[in-house]
Design a protein around this ligand. Sequence first.
Ligand code: PMP
Length: 345
Amino acid sequence: MSSITKLVRPNIAALSPYSTARDEYGGPIGIFMDANESPYQNGYNRYPHPDQQAQIKARLGAIKGVPAANIFLGNGSDEAIDLIFRIFCVPGKDNAVIMTPSYGMYGVAAAINDIAVRPVQLGSDFSLDTCALLKACDEDTKVIFLCSPNNPSGNAFPQEQLLDICNRFGGIVVVDEAYVDFSGKGSLAHEAVRRDNLIVLQTLSKARAMAGLRVGMAISSEEIIRLMSMVKYPYNLSRAAMEKALEFLGQDIDTKVDTIIKERARLTAELPRYSFVKKVFPSDANFLLVKVDDANALYSYLLEKGIIVRNRSRVTGCEGCIRVTVGLPEENDALILALNNYERV
Ligand code: PMP
């Protein structure tokens, strides 16, 4: 038994997954009388064909430099987060260690699955204390969730630190790299392929501009990918979403990502000039966490101007902060103009 097999919930290890006759047949054309679909063609009357996921995985594998067999596709990376709890954590018994502040869905998915969360507070500069993290783990800790670059703080953690945690923890380590394309610090995707306890999450929702399609991915060992594929809904991505995703994956994103990174630098330089801005935290992502005098007042003012930012001031560690997503250059101009007027009020 591999060390990972021991971490899998017994009911999942024993699962016979739902299988479809279409998987067995595989061919694109035939008289399909197996799945109770409508026979009237409109492009979407059939369930998605398994080839569609295979094509996207092949394309993503080439882009990310990892084998297609090490990629799981989910209905957003949110689906992968939920599946990780369902595969590894026994409800009402096991727990997950989650750094905080971080992406809210880890805690929500844990609560839905009745998994206790052990939060580990990041430092005032949002640095991660490896010893505190490992100290928070006990024999029922199955998963550690790390997010790099982290949402909402924006900072990426050193790769050596993340790998050190993987080396020292006996359970599953998830590194959520939703914002990795905006970071110069690189991805751990290659490491996830060759290790047995690392799952890297990425998404088409951010730099690849496909949030509306809901396509995310997990990159991990073939064994973990097999478990995730077994537990997911049989047709977790729609035909329409996969068609569009494949089309958009043919487009180059470098210029757009470069512009967002330049605009991030511009806002990072501009925002501290305002008297009401106390700190702009360094960001490796496509957003900035900004500490201000009165986050509630600024949030309401911007909302009135039709500029919607995220008020994070009630999140522990983010008191007084708003989170601003970097927009188009002209949208960032509009933000700056509104802030100029706010300064004068
Ligand atoms: N991880 C992080 C850190 C995020 O911020 C988000 C979305 N805001 C997600 C995952 C979810 O992404 P997806 O659209 O792929 O579900």
